[in-house]
Design a protein around this ligand. Structure first.
Ligand SMILES: [Zn+2]
Length: 397
């Protein structure tokens, strides 16, 4: 009972912001003495701190406010993608306290070697937590894959060439950190949760997120909840067969949307295979900035490729908008980096094909290539919001 009341008060402070104990009591329906005692415990656990004096409040006398603190608590998100591995550490207020990306040609490596690289990066993130006196509470791995989240198994990741990789137990064994929670989820799902929590359209209850990477995935938020499907495999929008008989997809089928708008499709149209922009050992954002520079300089091949991808993006997006009627469609990954060139042809196609008036807003992600890792870190921190007693009471001087 006390544990769930601690969680109730902590979540309320996160969602509603700094306020007085009296106001928390009124808004949560708990009595004032209980709230004071819960707040005292949350302060002892380093999750809440005293704020300013509340002025002009409608409830009771002006009082000392309290606010979510959690600077000493960290959640780790690590994303594996085709060209890179990224780690992000967030504190409980969703501030980034560590971020690092390593270029890695994941397709050329066996899964064990990739998990070794993830472990190395996780150890760096854990060291950063130690340096900043942050207690890490857990880690979420984001993978472009069908994921069995209950068992921690990557069932099928076509673009990584992974089938049935026991990622969570592999990482648990390597990190050897008893009590440290590790989970795995689909990258687009985590990115959608990240956008919902801290993106430029945070809190938008009906939101569709599209990842633009080698793979194209989707995370669909309906009424503030992630749509997962019967077996947890929803959102595989990159494999909508929009050009049956077209190019071969990483999934083994032909003409998937991904073969038209994935990063590989763009690079194939915009450059020759020996062009450095196609070299997976170079940093992806640098490669994209080269493409952007070429587009800025008016290079016809680059501009034609971006126009074709933009149109194909609008074609597939129109299906999603017709099905889900989202308030906002957030474009992530390379779709955001090259959004200045993709957006016009995309919107023209979208508006021509969406049946509802005032088709949804299309926004470029401000979280860039860190959206999935941030979402993963955020999800790791959710455990503390569910059960604040996971964080030990600090020794008082
Ligand atoms: Zn496919």
């Amino acid at each position: 009972m006390r544990r769930s009341n601690l969680a109730l008060v902590l979540r309320h402070l996160r969602d509603a912001g700094s306020r007085s104990r009296a106001r928390i009591a009124v808004e949560t329906g708990l009595n004032r003495g209980t709230v004071s005692s819960l707040i005292a415990e949350l302060i002892d656990r380093g999750l809440v701190s005293e704020g300013d004096v509340e002025r002009g409040g409608s409830v009771g006398r002006p009082g000392q406010t309290v606010e979510l603190d959690g600077r000493g608590i960290g959640g780790i998100g690590v994303e594996i993608n085709v060209d890179y591995v990224t780690a992000v550490v967030l504190n409980l207020t969703d501030e980034v306290v560590f971020e690092h990306r390593v270029a890695l040609d994941v397709q050329a490596l066996p899964a064990d070697a990739v998990l070794d690289a993830v472990t190395e990066l996780a150890i760096r993130a854990l060291a950063a937590c130690d340096e900043q006196e942050i207690t890490p509470v857990g880690m979420t791995l984001a993978v472009p894959a069908l994921v069995d989240t209950d068992d921690g198994v990557v069932a099928f990741a076509p673009n990584l060439h992974w089938t049935k990789v026991d990622a969570v137990s592999g990482l648990r064994r390597r990190l050897d950190r008893p009590g440290f929670a590790i989970q795995v989820d689909n990258d687009a799902n985590l990115a959608a949760l990240g956008e919902f929590a801290m993106g430029s359209r945070a809190g938008t209850a009906d939101l569709v997120y599209l990842t633009g990477e080698t793979g194209v995935g989707g995370g669909v938020m309906v009424d503030g909840r992630l749509l997962r499907g019967a077996a947890g495999f929803s959102g595989e929008i990159g494999h909508m067969p929009l050009n049956p008989g077209g190019d071969l997809c990483g999934c083994g089928r032909r003409g998937c949307w991904e073969t038209m708008v994935g990063l590989a499709a763009l690079l194939r149209m915009a450059a020759t295979p020996d062009d450095p922009v196609c070299d997976p050992s170079l940093d992806l954002e640098q490669r994209l900035s080269v493409l952007r520079d070429r587009a800025d300089a008016g290079d016809p091949r680059t501009l034609d490729a971006l126009k074709l991808v933009g149109e194909a993006l609008g074609l597939g997006a129109s299906i999603l908008v017709n099905v889900f009627n989202p308030r906002v469609l957030v474009l992530g990954g390379y779709f955001a980096s090259l959004g200045a060139y993709l957006l016009d042809p995309m919107l023209a196609e979208l508006h021509a094909r969406v049946i509802a008036p005032d088709a949804c807003e299309v926004a470029l992600s401000t979280l860039g290539f860190t959206a999935a890792a941030r979402g993963g870190a955020h999800v790791a921190l959710e455990a503390v919001l569910d059960d604040p007693t996971l964080v030990a009471v600090r020794h008082r001087a």
